[in-house]
Design a binder for this molecule. Structure first.
Ligand code: MLT
Length: 410
C-alpha cells in the first residue's frame, strides 16, 4: 500500500492566513451586521490601473485572432516582458542580469516554496524570526525539520534568527553552520528594511561560508529611504550567493492576477552529493521547464504595461496611496501611545500587542472592534507580543480602523 508523506503531520495547524480567515468568517457568520475591517493579510484592494486594464483587454482580443493567439508560451516568460524587467528593474540600476538568468512565473509564494527542491534533504535552513510562514512550512513538508517544539514555539532543526527590539529587528549572523538563509527585505512582517551595509554583512557571510541567500524582494517598490538597496545584486559578490524573488502582486495589484519572477545567476554553483560542481541556474531551468508551462500570455501583457511611463506613474500613485495609509496607521497609533515599527519602506506596521498574547489581542480586536489584523506569533516565536497591520485597504477603512483601536484599546 502507498505510504504518505509523514512530514505533513509535523505541520502545526493551518497556514496563518487560512486560520485568520476562518476566525474572521466565523465571527461574521455570528454577527452578520458587524462592519468588519480586514487589515490582516497583505492583500491589495484597489483596482488594476488603466494602463494594465487596457493591455489586458488588448491581449484578450489578440487571443481571439489567428495572428495574435498564443498557446503554450515559453516556460520561462515572453521576451516582451523579460526584456523590460532586465532593463528597468536591473540595467537602469547598474545591474547586469542575463536573459536566461530571469524566470517569469505565477507567484512568489510558489517560487519561494519550490526553490528548496534544489537542495538536499540534509540542508540546514535558517530563517529570520518572525518570518513569512511559507518558507518554514515548505521545508517542514520536505522533511528538513524535526517536530514542532511547544516550548520554543518553533520546529526543531530549523535555525531561527530572532529579530527583536533588542537588536532593532536586525538578525544576527547564525552561531551554527547553516546552508540556506531566507531573507525578506523590506521585511514581511516587521515592515522594516535592511540598509545596504547591513545586507552586505549577509552577502559577505554567505561568500565566506558557502551558504545560499534566498532573497524575497516582493516589497521593493515601497522603499523610500536612499540607503536601502532595491536588489541584493547591488551588493558586490551577491551573484555568487543569492537568488532573488520579485512579485507583481503588490506593485501592480496582481494578488489575484498572479505573476512574479526569480533571478538565479549563473555564477551560483554548489556541489552535489558526488562533489561535482552544479549550476543552480541549470537546475532551476530544469525544474521550471519540467513542472511548469509558463505564465499566461494575457497576464504577462498586463504586467508589461507597468514598464511604460504611463503605467509606472499610475502604479506609483497606487503605492503612494497605500503608503499614506501606512503613515496614518504608524502616526495614529504612536500618538495613542502604542509602540510601533515599520511602515516606512514597506506596507506593514508592527506594533506591540497590549497584554503580550498576540492571538488574544487578535480575538479582542475582532470581537470588540471588528478589526482583523495578524498575530505576531503566527510569523514565528519572536513574533509573540507583536501584531501586524497591513496598509492595503481604503483610506476610509484605514482611518476607521485606527480610530477604533485608538479609542478602545490602551
Ligand atoms: C502577507 O500578508 O504576508 C502576504 O500578502 C501573503 C502572501 O503574499 O502570500
Amino acid at each position: 500500500m502507498i505510504t504518505l508523506n509523514g512530514d505533513y503531520k509535523k505541520l502545526r495547524g493551518n497556514f496563518l492566513f487560512t486560520e485568520i480567515a476562518k476566525r474572521t468568517n466565523d465571527f461574521i457568520a455570528a454577527h452578520p451586521d458587524a462592519d468588519v475591517i480586514k487589515i490582516g493579510i497583505g492583500d491589495v484592494v484597489r483596482p488594476l490601473v488603466p494602463a494594465v486594464i487596457n493591455a489586458l483587454h488588448k491581449a484578450v482580443d489578440d487571443m481571439g485572432t489567428y495572428e495574435g493567439f498564443h498557446g503554450y508560451g515559453p516556460e520561462l516568460g515572453y521576451s516582451f516582458l523579460k526584456d523590460k524587467i532586465l532593463l528597468k528593474d536591473y540595467k537602469e540600476r547598474g545591474i547586469d542580469i542575463a536573459y536566461d538568468e530571469l524566470f517569469v512565473s505565477c507567484g512568489t509564494k510558489c517560487d519561494t516554496s519550490a526553490i528548496q527542491e534544489l537542495f538536499s534533504k540534509d540542508t540546514v535552513i535558517a530563517v529570520t524570526d518572525p518570518v513569512y510562514p511559507v518558507y518554514v512550512a515548505t521545508n517542514v513538508m520536505a522533511g528538513r525539520s524535526g517536530a514542532f517544539d511547544d516550548v520554543l514555539q518553533g520546529y526543531n532543526g530549523i535555525v531561527y534568527l530572532p529579530c527583536t527590539e533588542d537588536n532593532n529587528f536586525i538578525p544576527e549572523l547564525p552561531k551554527q553552520k547553516v546552508d540556506a538563509i531566507y531573507l525578506c527585505y523590506p521585511n514581511n512582517p516587521t515592515g522594516l528594511a535592511l540598509k545596504r551595509d547591513e545586507l552586505k554583512v549577509w552577502v559577505d557571510y554567505a561568500r565566506k561560508t558557502g551558504a545560499i541567500i534566498l532573497y524575497d524582494n516582493a516589497y521593493e517598490v515601497f522603499i523610500t529611504e536612499d540607503d536601502v538597496p532595491h536588489s541584493i545584486y547591488e551588493i558586490d559578490g551577491a551573484k555568487e550567493v543569492a537568488i532573488e524573488f520579485r512579485s507583481f502582486s503588490k506593485i501592480a495589484g496582481f494578488t489575484g492576477t498572479r505573476l512574479s519572477y526569480s533571478v538565479v545567476p549563473k555564477e551560483l554553483k554548489r556541489i552535489d552529493e558526488n562533489g561535482d560542481m552544479v549550476s543552480l541556474n541549470a537546475m532551476w531551468t530544469q525544474r521550471q521547464t519540467m513542472k511548469y508551462n509558463g505564465a499566461p500570455y494575457i497576464i504577462q501583457r498586463g504586467a508589461e504595461a507597468i514598464y511604460t511611463d504611463e503605467g509606472r506613474a499610475q502604479v506609483m500613485s497606487e503605492i503612494g496611496y497605500y503608503m499614506e495609509n501606512a503613515r496614518i496607521m504608524r502616526e495614529g497609533l504612536r500618538e495613542a501611545g502604542f509602540t510601533v515599527y515599520g511602515g516606512v519602506d514597506a506596507p506593514y506596521i508592527w506594533l506591540k500587542a497590549p497584554g503580550g498574547d498576540s492571538w488574544a489581542f487578535f480575538d479582542r480586536l475582532l470581537n470588540e472592534y471588528h478589526v482583523v489584523g495578524a498575530p505576531g506569533v503566527g510569523f514565528g516565536p519572536s513574533g509573540e507580543g507583536f501584531f501586524r497591520l497591513s496598509a492595503f485597504n481604503s483610506r476610509e477603512n484605514t482611518l476607521k480602523a485606527i480610530d477604533r483601536i485608538r479609542k478602545g484599546i490602551k
